[in-house]
Structures are given as structure tokens and as C-alpha cells.
Design a protein around this ligand. Sequence first.
Ligand SMILES: Cc1ncc(COP(=O)(O)O)c(C=O)c1O
Length: 429
Amino acid sequence: MSHSIWMVEMKNPGNPRTAPERPGAHADDADRPADDADRPAGGADRPAPLRGSSTLFTLDPGTAHLNHGSYGAVPVPVQRYQARLRAEMERDPDGFFLTAPDRVGRARAEIATALGGDPARLALVTNVTEGVAVALDSIPLGERDQVLVTDHGYGVVTRAAERRAAEAGAAVRCVRISPHAPDAEAVAERVLAAVTPRTRVAVLDLVTSPTARTVATPALLAALRSRGVVTVVDAAHAPGALPVDLGGAAGGADFWVGNLHKWAFAPRAAAVLAVDRPWRPRVRPLTFSWEHDRGFPRRVEWRGTFDYTPWLAAPAGFALLNRIGAEQLRAHNAGLAAHGQRLLVERAGLRALPDVPGLGMRTVRLPSGVAEREHAAKALMVAVHKGLNTRIAVRPWQGGGILRISAQLYNRPEEYLRLADGLAGLITR
Ligand SMILES: Cc1ncc(COP(=O)(O)O)c(C=O)c1O
């Protein structure tokens, strides 16, 4: 995307459907410093809102969206940029699709730069679900092999590993890790203790979904590599949420898959699959491509008639992140998530679980007997939405479910207070 297009988009980022949260907020709020009316009174750990926080999203203002981590939220300038790309596609489909492969290549190069990757070792995919499936399909597995996963892994990723292993006659070993394990070193110890001479692949999270903690540290990836274990990193929550430097390859892993539509402000269906050098010729896309003979990454990316606009608009998400100030935004989100977690501990009496410093997601443990099964966890999410107009993530866990809050530019400390004060009345065993 050219710089000039970006400037045009940013001049008018207002959302006509979202009522300003404070009188006088207007469309070019993103360009003005937050004034004192934006700042909550008192509370040293309550971060002040950043510029653009009340105008950049089209979220329902009646709901507290404390679950950015699940599906993200696309900022208005990025929505508009994608809408323009779609309009272009509808004006001249032939012209659009003729130039699309080269435009995708340029978008990939911009995204690679933002992530410290090499555009030749990185393919755009629709999401982590797809990227992990591609990785698993590309790794040869035999009957004596073992695939390592953890019980903090994302459900469908673990199931994909199980299916792949079953097809090859291999086994899956699930490492159980206490949600209270104090730090990443303790987690790494558990994982390494489960490695055997048969362990062929480990599928590990950079940030786990149910517990928002790190498993795949650089040290653990290096230790697994030295033991001959192929690593697939589920980095669904990394781009935009944490500083990412793929080191020109796959961030110390063999395969690394990250969503851009969660924390990097891309439209949904935008993700990257980074692959370390030896694997590139062996990557097997899920569907055969017209670009097959051009090798990786084009054979993974080009899937015929398809909506490529999320990928083409993804650089606009990174541009917005930089315009807001990626570091400043991360500090805001981490501070607000920590504030929310503290309220849940102090006012709702819940136990804080270990966190990833600098991350805009935190978790607390629900009491024993609460949300231990899938249906109960879902029921609690529905009850919190209906009763408190608040969206949260709850994951079932034996011994007490896990409640995850996210914090993003558009969130406010009061929203966490409402959750913390209203939760007790909704928790039923
Ligand atoms: C750790 C993790 N992996 C994978 C996914 C799947 O992401 P997607 O639905 O975009 O494929 C999620 C989604 O929340 C996740 O949290």
C-alpha cells in the first residue's frame, strides 16, 4: 500500500455508527492527544486512554469487549481500505485477479519486514488453523514417531496433530502443565521431560489460548532442536501483541504460524506461515495450486478465485499500529489487562494465574466446580454477556475453569470493574 493512500485513509478514521464516548470526540480523534476528560480519576495502575481509542473501531458501544484475543477487531481505516480493494475487484475482476499474485507478493514483503522475516520464507495463509495444518502435512511421520502437544494447546490445533499422527500410525503425547506453573522455565522443564528418542515433532504455543502464557521460548525451541525434534509454533497471539523478530527465518522454530487478524489490526483471514530453510521445498499446501511449480511461498498462497483483500489490507494494520505507536499500545494493553486482573482478584476473590509480561491478556482461575466442562464454560460466557453486557473468554479446566480477559485500545478500566463486581452473582457451581 502506498504511503499516500494511507494518509488519505487516516484523515477520516471516524466511525459513523459508533457514538463518541465523550462529548466532542470527533472523526480525527486519532490525530489529537488524549485530553484530560479521557483520563480516569485516580488508580495509579489504570492506564490513560490513547489517541483514537474512541473512534477507531465499530464495536457495539453498549458492550464491553474484553475478548480481543479471540477474534480481534478491525479498525476503521483498515475496514475502509479493504472495502476499497473489494470495490476495485468488483469493478474489474479480470484486471484484479491478473495483478493479484504480484500484489500479494508485495503485501507479503511488507508484512515480512514488520515481523523481521524473509519474504521468501514466509507464506500468507488464512489463519493459524490452516497454517498449522500445512506444517503438519509437510513433516514426514512414521509409525514409531511421537508428536508432542500440551494441554494448553488450542483445541483444533491439537486435534489436527492427532489426525495427522493417526494417519501415519504415530502417537500423540500430551504434556500436562499446571496452569499455576510459576514461569516459562518450569513449563519448559515439563516439556523437555516428556521428550523421548521417538519424539519427532512438538507443537507448542508462543502464547496459549486458555491460559495466556508462553510455552515456546527461544531456549525451549533450541533445546528441542538439539534433540532432533521438529518444532511447530502456534503464534496465533504474537503479531502486534508482542515484539516479533522472526530472525529472517521462523523465529527459532521449523514452522511458525501467527495470526495478523488478532492483534495486528488486519482484516480477518490474514496470517503468516514462516518456514525455516530446509523445509521450504517440502511444504505441502492443503490444496493444489496453479502456482505449484513456482514453489514456496506462491504454491501455498495462490488458491485460485479467492478473496485476497485481507492479505492486501494487512500492511495497513501494521501501518496503523506504527502510527499509534506499537510499543505504547502494548504498554497500554498490558497495563489495562493487569488492572483488570487485579480487580478480579480483589473484588471477585479469584486467583491470578501467571502472566506474560507486556501482553494484553491475563487470566484468573475460577473456583473449583465452576466451568470445568465445555458446556458450563460456554454458559458462563453467555451469562456474562446477557447479565453484564461483557464479552470474555472462559475455558473449561479440571479443578476450576479459566477466565481470560483481553485489553485493547478501545477498552476502559470501568469495563473490568463492571465485570469484577458483577461476576460473583453469575458464578454457579
Ligand atoms: C493459541 C491459538 N491458536 C490458534 C487459534 C486459531 O486461530 P484461527 O481461528 O484464526 O485459526 C487461536 C484462536 O483463538 C488461538 O488462540
